[in-house]
Design a protein around this ligand. Structure first.
Ligand code: ZN
Ligand code: ZN
Length: 130
């Protein structure tokens, strides 16, 4: 993937990956493994569960486990479980609006930016009351 020289916190570089069957399978496996360990997946901001929401997104805290296999022409989805974070659609969108839309986070380590932004979203939710 050398044609992408510019390092950004955002995920535009992995757009193709997020549409690939490899990511589809990895995603299903993450939710299945989570439940197999006795946890119901829940949005890390508002705690709505997969059962209640019907569907949850998985945010990449890091893309370290993702690589492109040039000879096989396919993606390798080797994300560790803790590199993926369940989020409801709304809060996932909010997170990316901040992460990708604000100069503030350009060049940040993605994991660090995610932690800071999740903290802000949780604070915002708490302030607004329930
Ligand atoms: Zn949420
Ligand atoms: Zn995301």
């Amino acid at each position: 993937m050398s044609r992408y020289g510019l390092h950004r916190t955002g995920s535009s570089r992995y757009k193709d990956y997020l549409r690939s069957p490899q990511w589809g399978f990895r995603r299903v496996r993450w939710f299945r493994d989570c439940r197999a360990r006795g946890f119901e997946p829940a949005c890390q901001v508002c705690q709505v569960t997969l059962a209640d929401a019907g569907t949850l997104d998985l945010h990449h805290v890091s893309y370290d486990g993702v690589s492109w296999d040039e000879p096989q022409q396919r993606w390798l989805a080797h994300e560790a479980d803790d590199e993926l974070m369940p989020m409801c659609r709304q809060h996932h969108q909010d997170l990316h609006q901040m992460m990708d839309g604000r100069k503030e986070f350009y060049g940040w380590d993605r994991r660090r930016a995610t932690v800071v932004i999740i903290g802000r979203l949780v604070n915002r939710l708490t302030r607004n009351g329930g």
